[in-house]
Design a binder for this molecule. Structure first.
Ligand code: GAL
Length: 441
């Protein structure tokens, strides 16, 4: 049995952090192969393998800027992709190379080759919005880069691959500046797009797609578009991949337990959700979260938080302790209420950033928010104070406000407002604000 404690760094057999984000999982010859983003130096895609999804062995950096290229597509330039003019028209200082995200790999029975699809950007901005393809004779060898392109002329950013039971493969990616999610059927060698077969949820701005099949149903997980900040995940279901899909239903909590979908893998008779817990303030501090999926009905997919996941061939077990810590996420979804113990300010999400952590305690008809580090409490004057049982300045209540909430001070009647990175207190009817209390999973 292998036990994974969610939220801790995933380590390989040498005790090194697994650098593999936006990853995909391929089951091959009894091994799970994990392919993901590796942003160190000239590395682009790394590959690890495991028997249980918990203990990982590093295999190879399967795509680097120095990858061998073959010209299946016209644009095969990886290393020099960053060279050119900057936004301000000045020359770029040295090439930085392509930015490769969300690599996924499938095995093609027909050709006996492993085929990788990924999101390609030039390393300076996100305007190229292309997909790219690489291929290899062995699962974890050095992949040959075949070039990048816009599928059927479309923009293509967050992406995934899916192989159906009959061997037909599909590439799925966010298009039209992420407004639409498009499904493409691939050619039988998996190297090209055969046809655009479906445009999903036009105008609904989804990304981070993951497609899997269970009991004759196709399920697609996606996220909203808030960069590396977490948001409410969603799933949809269909009986045929290019047929009618359901509308998007909520998946996980308001921040999908601080994750964004990247893969689903089957182990111990369960389907397991694999999500990235990005750390936007320190990418290399990002984590990988593994949670079992459940299906209370054939068309319904659910996920619950678990501190620990035990995976064995006999089954998957979870265990959790109740958590009391919350983060106060402001309405703009990028800022959180932070404190140094004396002042209150808007902090950026960072999982190691303890200044964002609060403990919610019931008090006098409402609750106080005690700063986890300093032990001082948030007052209605926007400063921090020592707690005393009958101190009305420290007592808050929560009010519903559109899709988020208002945190109203019982004493001053003031509520949070956020201007960029500043948090100020104002009358609630000014309603620029809004927040969510996000349990710190
Ligand atoms: C996310 C996306 C990630 C990465 C990130 C960059 O929305 O899902 O793969 O592109 O933005 O900010």
């Amino acid at each position: 049995m292998a036990t994974y404690r969610n939220g801790t760094p995933l380590l390989d057999a040498d005790g090194s952090v697994v650098h593999c984000h936006g990853a995909g999982v391929l089951l091959h010859d009894g091994w799970y192969y994990l392919f993901g983003e590796d942003r160190r130096g000239d590395n682009r895609v790394s590959c690890y393998r495991s028997k249980d999804l918990v203990s990982w062995e590093f295999r190879n950096t399967v795509l680097t800027l120095a990858a061998k290229t073959a010209r299946h597509y016209v644009r095969t330039d990886l290393h020099l992709a960053g060279r050119g003019l900057r936004h301000d028209g000045l020359p770029e200082v040295g090439p930085r190379g392509a930015n490769i995200e969300r690599p996924k790999v499938l095995y093609c029975e027909k050709t006996g080759k492993f085929v990788m699809w990924m999101h390609f950007e030039n390393g300076r901005d996100y305007n190229a919005a292309r997909c790219a393809v690489a291929v290899c004779d062995t699962v974890d060898g050095d992949y040959t880069y075949l070039g990048s392109f816009n599928p059927v002329g479309n923009m293509s950013r967050d992406c995934t691959l899916f192989k159906d039971d009959d061997g037909t493969a599909y590439f799925i990616s966010s298009s039209r500046d992420n407004a639409d999610m498009i499904i493409y059927r691939l050619s039988d060698d998996y190297l090209s797009v055969d046809e655009q077969v479906k445009t999903l949820w036009p105008g609904q701005y989804r990304e981070a797609p993951v497609l899997f099949k269970r009991g004759g149903r196709y399920f697609m997980l996606t996220s909203e578009c808030t960069g590396w900040n977490p948001n409410q995940g969603g799933y949809a279901v269909a009986r045929s991949i290019d047929g009618r899909w359901s509308s998007i239903r909520p998946f996980g909590g308001p921040t999908t337990f601080n994750t964004q979908p990247t893969a689903v893998a089957e182990a111990g008779g369960s389907l397991l959700y694999i999500g990235d817990r990005w750390d936007p303030s320190d990418y290399f501090n990002s984590r990988i979260i593994i949670l079992p999926l459940s299906f209370p009905d054939e068309d319904v997919c659910e996920v619950e938080w678990a501190d620990e996941v035990d995976i064995s061939p006999e089954g998957v077990k979870t265990s959790s302790q109740e958590k009391a810590l919350v983060r106060i996420m402001l309405h703009d979804k990028t800022n959180y209420v932070a404190s140094d113990g004396y002042n209150v300010f808007a902090g950026r999400l960072g999982y190691a950033n303890k200044s964002l952590l609060w403990r919610r305690e019931d008090a006098d008809g409402g609750f106080v928010l005690r700063h986890a580090e300093s032990g001082r409490c948030l007052s209605g004057d926007g400063i921090m104070a020592e707690y005393s049982a009958d101190e009305p300045r420290l007592v808050w209540r929560a009010d519903a406000f559109e899709k988020s909430g208002l945190l109203i001070n019982q004493y001053s009647g003031k509520s949070f407002m956020v201007f960029g990175r500043r948090v100020v207190l104002a009358d609630p009817d000014e309603r620029f604000g809004g927040y969510r209390l996000v349990t710190d999973y």
